[in-house]
Design a binder for this molecule. Structure first.
Ligand code: ADP
Ligand code: MG
Length: 342
């Protein structure tokens, strides 16, 4: 009898994690949340600690032909801080593990650490350890971040309630559009190494791809305003996919409005130039590292005038499904899509 073989692509990333999760048993009562949110949540008495980890692989998550090493170091930290922010927590420590092939020099590793240290400064973090090893296939960086928040103020994906307002920070789709620009310029550059690409026109979108900044500013502002979101996560895999996580874990539906979706003008224009639909970039583009959260109606006045929080729709009953009202006032069903590596 032949052994059963299921392709990972059949399950997808989330299907695979769900399947693995079924085989995992939680043994300690201070593990308040294991797999399934942006970070795990551990009981510390008055506070909870939140822990998250992310793995970045050369050739899959970044391409060194256009990603400067110090930006890579900063980004590797920022994407973890973003997951800590998504729990409404403050990051405090990180560990950094790297695998290097002999292509990399001491100076190259120092350049990566220039970015890591800049991020540690920016987010007020201590680098407390890690691991270093050799690799046969380029560069790998894995960072684990630890944060904390008073117990009861941590925010899960599962707390959205019917009629809550759905909020998104910043603008969306830029990182995906920036990636298209960088990929195109790489090809032009490889065809003619003397041709120096002029990226000035695309500075904002390429910056969104190369230098994401986790929205800790929003976490501090929410605290100052006395707002605790009912649910929250960071937008790393695309708005649609993140909305689906809220729907699944909170057992609700969502209704969003196309004309409320935040998109930057350069993102819009560049998407059109590349023959992409700007709204598809907003819904399915990855790596924006903005925050998606829901608030109770009573908190709306506190955030109403915030220049960087956008009210994109509201939470509905689960049976009402997941829809977007287009500019033409047609309700279309959202698709999960997202940013898949498989
Ligand atoms: P995010 O996009 O917020 O970083 P992911 O989609 O990567 O979250 O992960 C979703 C959840 O699955 C998280 O709780 C994460 O810790 C968990 N997870 C991912 N991969 C694994 C794995 N190989 N084993 C156990 N848990 C995992
Ligand atoms: Mg996340």
């Amino acid at each position: 009898m032949s052994e059963k073989r299921t392709e990972i692509g059949e399950l997808g990333e989330f299907g695979l994690i769900d399947k693995l999760n079924q085989s995992i048993r939680i043994r300690h009562s201070d593990t308040l949340r294991g797999i399934g949110d942006d970070a795990a949540v551990l009981d510390m008495g008055e506070k909870v600690k939140v822990v998250t980890t992310d793995l970045l692989l050369e050739g899959v998550h970044f391409n060194l032909s256009y990603m400067p090493l110090h930006h890579l170091g900063f980004k590797a930290v920022a994407v973890n801080v973003s997951d800590i922010a998504a729990m409404n927590a403050i990051p405090k420590q990180i560990t950094v593990s790297i695998a290097l092939s002999n292509r990399f020099s001491v100076e190259a590793v120092e350049a990566i650490y220039l970015g890591i240290n800049a991020a540690a400064d920016h987010y007020n973090l201590d680098v407390i350890g890690g691991d270093t090893t050799s690799s046969r296939s380029g560069l790998v960086i894995s960072i684990t971040a630890i944060g904390e928040v008073e117990k009861g103020r941590e925010v899960y994906r599962s707390g959205a309630k019917i009629n809550d307002i759905i909020c998104a920070t910043g603008d969306l789709g830029g990182a995906l559009v920036g990636l298209q620009v960088l990929e195109r310029e790489k090809e032009v550059f490889m065809a003619d190494p003397n041709m120096k690409p002029d990226l000035e026109k695309y500075a904002y979108v390429t910056g969104r791809q190369l230098r994401p900044d986790a929205r800790m500013d929003i976490i501090h502002e929410l605290r100052d305003l006395g707002v605790v979101p009912t649910s929250m996560l960071d937008i790393s895999d695309g708005l649609s996919s993140e909305l689906f996580h809220i729907c699944k874990q909170s057992k609700v539906g969502v209704l969003i409005y196309e004309d409320k979706l935040p998109i930057d003008k350069q993102t819009f224009d560049t998407a059109v130039e590349f023959g992409m639909d700007p709204i598809t970039c907003v819904l399915n583009g990855g790596e924006d590292y903005e925050l998606l959260f829901t608030i109770g109606q009573e908190d709306f006045p506190k955030l109403e005038k915030h220049p960087d929080v956008h009210f994109i729709g509201h939470v509905t009953e689960e049976k009402e499904g997941r829809f977007m009202v287009t500019k033409g006032e047609v309700a279309v069903e959202l698709k999960a899509q997202g940013w898949k590596h498989f």
